[in-house]
Design a protein around this ligand. Structure first.
Ligand SMILES: [Zn+2]
Length: 216
């Protein structure tokens, strides 16, 4: 993870910048203003911005203000919805429980996001994913045949993804030729392998740290 340098501004701080409205270098004062979204679909109230001393319009938004703007914009996020056999969803929830007994179904999304970013870092694992998922699903099918007479219900998993995460999902789908449902089942396969196994790997420690934050 890269660490960006961030200068923290206080209201009333002075700076200099090129004002797009005045088309010249101006002095600016940091003040709270309502900021429109890039796509013009609305505004976020009371965001610390650099305001032009000459025309009183917003010249720049400092780094410390961008998460608040993003959050407001991402309310209209993309939803991911898949339908998965209940026993597989139970694997995911059992893994969540093993990581943190306080975990709720909300942690499903954290597990999904965790493996998504892991696959982006460890592309070797990603290259094997399609084959691994296929083998795993064949085993699951064989297992469900052995329990004839019980109808296995399907369960819907749905959560919102930020535009950036959604883009990553698309990239991984392209690379692996897996659809969203199979990608989710890939995550479930990984949790079974790495978290529910007798000897869970270092992954469980990492996820416990994430859970301590997410479930706080
Ligand atoms: Zn100006």
């Amino acid at each position: 993870m890269s660490t960006n340098m961030v200068k923290l501004y206080q209201p009333g701080d002075k700076s200099r910048a090129v004002c797009p409205h005045c088309a010249k270098l101006v002095t600016t004062t940091f003040n709270y203003r309502d900021v429109p979204f890039d796509d013009g679909s609305g505004t976020v109230r009371d965001i610390l911005t650099a305001v032009c001393d000459e025309c009183a319009q917003i010249v720049a938004v400092p780094a410390q203000s961008t998460p608040a703007i993003r959050h407001a914009r991402e309310v209209a996020d993309i939803s991911l919805e898949v339908s998965i056999p209940a026993p597989e969803v139970e694997i995911l929830d059992a893994a969540a429980y093993r990581i943190d007994p306080r975990a709720t179904t909300r942690f499903r999304k954290s597990l999904f996001a965790y493996y998504l970013s892991k696959w982006q870092r460890e592309t070797g694992e990603l290259d094997r994913l399609q084959e691994d998922v296929r083998t795993w699903l064949t085993q699951r099918q064989a297992l469900s045949k052995q329990i004839a007479g019980i109808k296995i219900p399907k369960r819907r998993i749905s959560f919102k993804l930020s535009p950036v995460t959604n883009q990553n999902v698309r990239k991984i789908m392209d690379r692996t030729n897996l659809d969203k449902t199979k990608l989710m089942r890939g995550v479930i396969m990984m949790t079974e392998r790495e978290i529910l196994s007798d000897k869970p790997g270092p992954v469980i420690r990492e996820l416990q740290e994430i859970a301590a934050i997410v479930n706080a």
